[in-house]
Ligand binder design. Structure first.
Ligand code: COA
Length: 331
């Protein structure tokens, strides 16, 4: 199968910056603890703009950088696990704001692995010549799901969106996606239905599986379990795509990992035996923006003129599910 060609990228960052120091005002923490345990100094929070508006802003920028108009977009594929609506999906909301009426519009949710999954779906459509130009977007407003009394999780996450306009390319492309559904308890946020249906008896099975009901409305996380999984899963996914493509990891030009925690990234890199200079991170300034992390990194690198045609790029991530995935493609 053919590869992908990213012809334009874009990003949207909320204006409001929440520094580590600000968190010390309402939880028992310090800037030193957060920085040394996570690598994060600050993150953006969107107090006002909904997810789909951030997504549309990133999309417009990507289209402008690609030199395409809304009429050129055949499909919009969105990764989000923090949508504003159950329905319509975020892709339809973006489509309306950018004026791409008539395009296909679908959402994908593999949590923080989502951009890699969305890109993978786009690639299959492009390879099959179903669509010529696809807008792949990841947009997350995860801070709307966070319990700001839970000091282990609230310091990690930020909001933001990233987008890429993608066409069929003639370079290499290898991917590997997977999930371990038996680890659902380690990271989840349950949908709360406020029902007035007299026949509804509650989700007894879910009550057995997950935590107490009052916690259900917020993101729940077993940080240690996720940490361990992330290191192993990222290393294994990269090893798999390297083995499939026949490349040694150090032959790659750039590795962009999911930006969850600098210690997770460093441990995974050590396992993969990869030269740290090939790895791009921005979590110090943005925290974990879930599936938006990777396209936000791509857009930053693109803006800085650091993406060159022919570069071999590896994207690797993990997230709730627990899911994981990696791809190698020629830029
Ligand atoms: N400030 C100060 N202390 C904190 C704290 C905070 N913000 N959060 C937790 N602590 C405390 C804990 O309560 C614990 O105290 P105790 O020893 O008295 O019980 C202590 O710090 C150590 O906690 P621990 O859980 O061992 O810390 P850690 O080094 O594992 O770091 C995470 C915690 C959450 C930062 C880390 O486990 C992590 O990043 N996990 C992965 C999470 C993730 O990436 N989720 C998103 C996936 S997409």
């Amino acid at each position: 199968m053919s590869g992908i060609k990213i012809i334009g990228t874009g990003t949207y960052l909320p204006e409001f910056i929440a520094t580590n120091e600000m968190f010390t005002k309402f939880i028992d923490t310090t800037d030193e603890w957060i920085t040394t345990r996570t690598g994060i100094s600050e993150r953006r929070i969107s107090p006002d703009k909904p997810n789909f508006v951030m997504a549309a802003e990133a999309s417009k920028q990507a289209m402008q950088n690609a030199g395409v108009t809304a009429k050129d977009i055949d499909a919009i594929i969105v990764s989000t696990c923090s949508p504003d609506f159950f329905y319509p999906n975020t892709a339809c909301l973006i489509q309306n704001l950018i004026g791409a009426n008539g395009s296909a519009a679908m959402d994908i949710n593999t949590a923080c692995t989502g951009f890699i999954s969305a890109l993978d779906v786009a690639r299959v459509y492009l390879a099959a010549d179903v669509y010529k130009t696809i807008l792949v977007v990841a947009s997350e407003r995860l801070t709307s799901q966070i319990d700001y009394e839970d000091r282990a999780s609230c310091i990690l996450f930020g909001d933001g969106a990233g987008a890429a306009v993608v066409q069929k390319g003639d370079g290499l492309y290898y991917s590997h996606l997977g999930a371990q559904g038996d680890m659902l308890k380690d990271l989840y946020c349950k949908v709360l239905y406020d029902r007035n249906n007299p026949f509804f008896k509650g989700d007894d099975m879910l009550k057995d599986i997950i935590n107490t009901p009052q916690k259900e409305r917020y993101l729940q996380m077993d940080g240690k379990a996720v940490y361990k999984f992330a290191v192993d899963a990222m290393a294994a996914a990269v090893e798999k795509v390297c083995a499939d493509s026949g490349f040694d990891i150090n032959e790659l030009d750039l590795v962009i990992p999911h930006q969850a925690n600098i210690r997770i990234i460093q441990s995974a890199l050590k396992k993969m035996n990869v030269d740290q200079s090939k790895v791009y991170t921005n979590l110090e300034k943005h925290g974990n923006t879930s599936s938006s992390c990777i396209p936000m990194c791509l857009a930053e690198l693109d803006k800085a003129g650091r993406l060159k045609r022919g570069m071999k790029i590896c994207l690797v991530g993990f997230g709730a599910g627990l899911t994981y995935g990696a791809c190698i493609f020629e830029y």
